[in-house]
Design a protein around this ligand. Structure first.
Ligand code: MSP
Length: 644
């Protein structure tokens, strides 16, 4: 027997820097649905996902919690796996960048690229966004800030290894513009990549760090650690066994058929990843798909509208398949998609309960009522059946084509339009009238048989999206393994002529939307405003304020207090002369960054001794995240100026 055709599809590997949320679900669900469909179509599928566990963010979080980075990620990775199990995700391989085989591949690859002259040692100077772990060129900054997250960037410089990305501009442009390949979808992103990144000139890519120790060590230079994207992107081949001995699937599955991700990391997948592969002399992935984001109230989650978006809660209350269907149905490929529970409830009620659920329950109920559950062999088909049958005939190719190009929304809309057509077919043929006429029994049998067989074909096509529901439908309509294959959806009347139906549970109970939102609000009360703030103090007399002398002071010197991890010692100019003051902000500032700044200070507090040193006053700071920021003025404010 000839080998099966292979199909390799990947999700991004997620950062286990926080627990998974509903936003993480979309790429994984989309890949799962495609992988399931491809398996049904007879492909030998490799569907991979995993976690991207190195980097500064995770190193910092673990440090804050006083545990090792590995212990920190282990717990979150377990939650990712739990969520995927809850959502019915059937991945074939889960890669962790801390897995030995992955580390081997990345190290081997680094060495090869270094030996072949694609990686060299240099000094990096640039704008660096710490939360995003990204270096940016001046031209990529938006208003001087990180184009991804909008936060401040800082000047950074360190000894580092670089990948010669700058050499690959012309080849990458050719790849992106190749009309045969259609490498990157949606097309709108092609121009974005070319205009924003290739045309201005690709910069060489920093592929190692010395300051972040939570990473894969560079084997040829102690103290250097491989920098995130080279580590992360390589997962797609390490998990197949490229340059490691753990797996032996590279020849079989590479190149990947589809890399799926959201838009913010398309750049890494459509420029950096192919450039690495070009340098390695390996085949390129066939397609990169960058979908939009699931957004919440314009970006933020809100509990005030019953907008609980914990995917575990949603699955438990409304069913896994309802959530799977809703997300895949709502997101139009290429656009962002706002999430709201209210919208999901409407979808469940209209599409799943009313249209699909009713079609199944009405049809099965009629087969039981009119034929005791088993249809007679004798049937009378007429031209009135043609329209429904023709619409069904067109579905398999359309579903296949739309699903595998991430256009689930279109594909599902079409399936549900045929479900609506089938419901209309019931109304047109009025089985309840046919049932009253003994001579119309063959026609009645044909009508019900057409409906059951339509449900069969529809349920099979929906199985990749609703893998728990379709088998329940098969059971109710008397379908079996032989007539629920993907191929069988192309065939009319594959159900046994004398099929027996069985009454089953309601597939999707209707939701009382107002009541349910009220329930959710009770279960997850909107957070009280100001709940995390210090409570307000009681009123006081104006004189109490007037008694304080608040002034602007200029910092002349600043240093750490020995043996204290909290205190900084300042010499400040208060306009009248110099004075010494201490402040407990050593954790949030480097002393040298404060020198020359003009700060706010209470200058008439009685002197206090701390760690044996006298403090004459108090520098004002404001709570900022988990730390503090000094209150400061610009240079034009003179020392000694009164604050009132
Ligand atoms: N670790 C990198 C990816 C490396 S891949 C070689 C990373 N991780 S991440 O945890 O931030 O995941 C980003 C991906 O999560 C997005 O590309 C998308 O697949 C998914 N999503 C996370 N939030 C999302 C939404 N709100 N909406 C849709 N998908 C989003 O980047």
């Amino acid at each position: 027997m000839a080998d099966k055709k292979t199909f390799y599809i990947t999700t991004p590997i997620y950062y286990p820097s926080g627990n998974p949320h509903i936003g993480h679900c979309y790429s994984t669900l989309a890949c799962d649905a495609i992988a399931r469909m491809k398996r049904m179509q007879g492909y030998d599928v490799m569907f991979s996902t995993g976690t991207d566990e190195h980097g500064q963010k995770i190193e910092k979080k673990a440090q804050e919690m006083g545990i090792t980075p590995k212990a920190y990620v282990d717990e979150i990775v377990a939650n990712f796996k739990k969520l995927w199990a809850t959502l019915g995700i059937k991945y074939d391989r889960f890669v962790r960048t801390t897995d030995d085989y992955h580390i081997k591949t990345v190290q081997n690859m680094f060495e090869k690229l270094y030996n072949d002259g694609y990686i060299y040692k240099g000094e990096y100077r640039g704008k660096y966004c710490t939360p995003c772990e990204s270096f940016w060129t001046e031209s990529q900054l938006v208003d001087g800030k990180c184009p991804d997250c909008g936060r401040e960037v800082t000047e950074a410089s360190e000894e580092a290894y670089f990948f010669k990305l700058s050499e690959f501009g012309p080849r990458l442009k050719e790849l992106l513009l190749d009309p045969e390949k259609n490498f990157l979808e949606p097309k709108s992103r092609v121009n974005e990549m070319i205009n924003n990144f290739i045309e201005p000139g690709l910069q060489d890519l920093c592929v190692s760090r010395t300051s972040v120790k939570w990473g894969i060590p560079v084997t040829i230079d102690e103290g250097h650690y491989i920098y995130v994207w080279m580590d992360a992107l390589t997962n797609y081949i390490s998990l197949l066994g490229f340059m490691n001995d753990t797996y032996n699937d590279y020849e079989k599955y590479w190149p990947a058929d589809m890399h799926v991700m959201a838009k913010e990391i398309v750049r890494f997948h459509s420029l950096i990843w192919p450039a690495f592969l070009m340098a390695l002399g390996e085949p390129l992935p066939k397609k990169v798909y960058g979908h939009g984001w699931i957004t919440f109230d314009g970006g933020k989650m809100s509990k005030s509208k019953g907008n609980v978006i914990d995917p575990f809660v949603l699955c438990e209350r409304y069913g896994v398949d309802a959530l799977r269907y809703h997300l895949l149905r709502e997101m139009v490929f290429g656009s962002d998609c706002p999430y709201s529970n209210e919208q999901m409830f409407s979808r469940i009620n209209s599409d799943l309960a009313n249209d699909l659920g009713n079609l199944v329950s009405r049809t099965v109920a009629m087969a039981i009522k009119y034929f005791d559950g088993t249809l007679p062999e004798e049937k009378e088909f007429t031209d009135a059946d043609n329209e429904l049958l023709e619409q069904l005939d067109q579905l398999p190719d359309f579903v296949s084509e739309t699903f595998e190009t991430m256009r689930f929304s279109e594909g599902l809309a079409k399936v549900f339009s045929v479900i609506a057509r089938a419901n209309k077919y019931i109304d047109e043929n009025e089985p309840w009238k046919l049932a009253k006429d003994e001579t119309a029994k063959p026609r009645l049998a044909a009508v019900l048989y057409n409906l059951l067989d339509a449900i069969r074909r529809i349920a099979v096509l929906l199985e990749p999206v609703m893998p728990h529901t379709s088998p329940k439908i098969y059971e109710q309509i008397g379908a079996d393994a032989s007539n629920t294959t993907w191929e069988s959806t192309k065939v009319r009347h594959a159900l046994a002529a004398n099929v027996t139906v069985t009454k089953g549970e309601v597939l999707f109970p209707r939701i009382d939307i107002d009541k349910e939102i009220e329930e959710l609000n009770k279960l997850f009360p909107a957070e009280e405003k100001g709940k995390d703030l210090e409570p307000l103090k009681p009123l006081t007399k104006f004189d109490n304020f007037a008694a304080l002398d608040l002034r602007a002071v200029k910092v002349l010197s600043c240093e750490k207090v020995e043996k204290s991890d909290k205190l900084l010692k300042f010499k400040v100019d208060d306009g009248f002369g110099e004075r010494q003051v201490l402040s407990g902000i050593a954790k949030y500032y480097k002393p040298e960054d404060l020198i020359g700044k003009t700060l706010a200070m209470i200058v008439n507090l009685e002197p206090r001794k701390m760690m044996g040193l006298e403090s004459n006053g108090m520098i004002l700071s404001v709570k900022y995240g988990d730390g503090y920021r000094v209150v400061e003025f610009d240079d034009s404010v003179l020392p000694g100026s009164d604050i009132s």
